[in-house]
Design a protein around this ligand. Structure first.
Ligand code: HC3
Length: 508
């Protein structure tokens, strides 16, 4: 446990951007870099240190971690949340986050920032200043119907966000036609129908009292009694919705005003839950992995690299969960359906969002703080999956979606009334219809109606990619059942494979 008193500011020009002598943009922007919170723990930052905007505490921690020969290790699952309060609890995860955000001793040698990097930083400073102005103003303005507080970083919530299910799901043939694929492999880890209804499948997510975690808050709940509204308003939950009448006109007769409001709300949700802004990613395109760094990834064993990617993927999924919780109409669905939509749709949204982080010039994707090509994932031993995922990201990136288009498309991917195990399909369809109208609206406004067909065309592709992903996981789990059971994040296991199967495998 490292005590972590912020140290006296390090004024060496090499280590701070705001005092850097290099000529650059208007002084005012750089002197206000502290409006951007520390990228590691969210505390107040003091400048760019080792290539990343951090607070004094994290700067000092990283410097000490580079000089000391000590090896840090995590006593949990290497996915400890790192924030202002918890940053001293796990040095291993803190250092991992520093590296993931791009902190590096090399940054000291860089000395200068390119124009693109400076522009990206200025854009981020400007956005934070705007957010501060908005927050200052919003105290006076009456909050809109869909008012919500920006959620905490999804990472700060429990990683076990999907309730452990008392019995494995079994896939039902009534659901989407997947006859083309072997019964044992389908995109959704199945859903056990405790009692099916003629109109569709209702699956009972039965829990023993106190044993469940709730996807929507990551907290233990007695879900036998909870309702989404009650869960949403649990202490500690990040979502504070005003009481909402789902049957209100907003959902039954969307007017253009409602659609405009829906678009704006989905865009806000998207912006609050994407780890990087487009302009930031643009400014980071120069950060590609060196040959040595790529070799280090390729030297990982198959199970090590799978565990590493599983943690990264789970991180990304948690942001998608927060995005979903902010989508008007999603939180009005019953908890069963919210979980069913996330179980089958969150990976698809991760892949959609991956296209935002893709550089089509060199076919690389932003991963672990730098841009990586397919070769970095070689030790996953699933080159076909990687190739298909990169192809998908490349082709979607080529459409050059705006953030608004990306946000509404992501909401449409999630609100899919054809997913298995839904209890109230009609209600999902109603929420989806409003998002469809929203997508039509913004593409018409942007004079890009031709994109509509192209986006709808990509949905079956997303499903087949997730089907392939599940197939690979089943292959991996046959070889390394205990790795998946003991080292994969609980949320990953809940999303992509029933834990019960793993226990069965582990004991046979
Ligand atoms: C899809 C991916 C895992 C997830 C990686 C993500 C989406 C993670 C969040 C980052 O911000 C962006 C990012 C970049 C690359 C993505 C990886 C590319 C290939 C890899 C596999 C297809 C999934 C492997 C995960 C597995 C097999 C452990 O489930």
């Amino acid at each position: 446990m490292e005590n972590d008193e912020p140290e006296s500011p390090d004024l060496s020009p090499a280590n701070t951007l705001s005092r850097r002598g290099t000529p650059g943009p208007k002084k005012s922007h750089l002197t206000q870099i502290e409006v951007i919170p520390c990228k590691i723990c969210g505390d107040k930052s003091s400048g760019v240190h080792y290539g990343v905007i951090t607070c004094e505490g994290c700067k000092g921690f990283f410097r000490r971690s580079q000089s000391s020969s000590v090896q840090y290790s995590c006593s949990r699952q290497s996915n400890c949340p790192i924030d202002r309060a918890s940053r001293n609890r796990c040095q291993s995860c803190r250092l991992k986050k520093c590296v993931a955000q791009g902190m590096s001793r090399d940054a000291v040698k860089f000395g200068r920032m390119s124009k693109r990097q400076r522009d990206s930083l200025i854009a981020e400073v400007e956005r934070h200043r705007q957010q501060q102005r908005l927050q200052a103003n919003s105290i006076q303005e009456p909050q809109s119907l869909l008012a919500y507080r920006p959620g905490k970083e999804p990472r700060e919530q429990s990683s076990h966000l999907i309730p452990p299910l008392s019995s494995p799901y079994h896939y039902s043939p009534i659901e989407p036609d997947l006859s083309g694929c072997p019964v044992e492999v389908h995109p959704y880890p199945g859903c056990h129908v405790a009692d099916s209804h003629a109109a569709g499948l209702a699956y009972k997510v039965t829990h023993k009292k106190g044993e469940s975690f709730n996807l929507l808050t990551g907290r233990g709940v007695d879900s036998t009694r909870s309702t989404p509204e009650a869960i949403l308003n649990m202490p500690g939950s990040e979502m504070r919705f005003q009481p909402f009448d789902p049957e209100s006109s907003f959902f039954s007769y969307p007017t253009s005003l409602h659609i405009e409001e829906l678009c704006a709300s989905i865009l806000r949700s998207h912006r609050e839950t994407t780890q990087y802004r487009p302009e930031e990613l643009q400014g980071l395109r120069w950060k590609v992995f060196s040959r040595e760094e790529i070799h280090a990834y390729q030297s990982k064993s198959v199970d090590e690299m799978w565990q590493h990617c599983a943690v990264r993927l789970t991180d990304a999924v948690q942001y998608v969960v927060e995005f979903a919780k902010h989508i008007p109409g999603f939180r009005q669905l019953c908890q069963n359906d919210q979980i069913a939509l996330l179980k089958s749709g969150s990976m698809e949204v991760v892949l959609v969002r991956m296209s935002r982080m893709f550089n089509t010039e060199n076919n690389t994707v932003f991963f672990d703080g730098k841009f990586a090509g397919t070769e970095l994932f070689k030790s996953l031993a699933c080159s076909d999956l990687i190739a298909n995922v990169f192809d998908f990201a490349h082709n979607l990136c080529m459409l050059r979606l705006t953030e608004q288009q990306m946000a509404v498309f992501s909401a449409l991917v999630l609100l899919n009334a054809d997913r298995p195990c839904l209890e109230n399909r009609e209600r999902v369809q109603r929420a989806r219809r409003d998002v469809e109208l929203a997508l039509n609206h913004i593409l018409h406004r942007d004079n890009q109606e031709t994109l509509l067909h192209k986006l709808y065309q990509r949905m079956p592709l997303l499903k087949s990619l997730c089907l392939l992903h599940i197939e690979k996981l089943r292959w991996f789990r046959q070889l390394y059942p205990l790795t998946v059971h003991s080292l994969f994040p609980p949320l990953y296991k809940e999303l992509f494979g029933s834990d019960t199967d793993i226990q069965t495998l582990a004991t046979h």
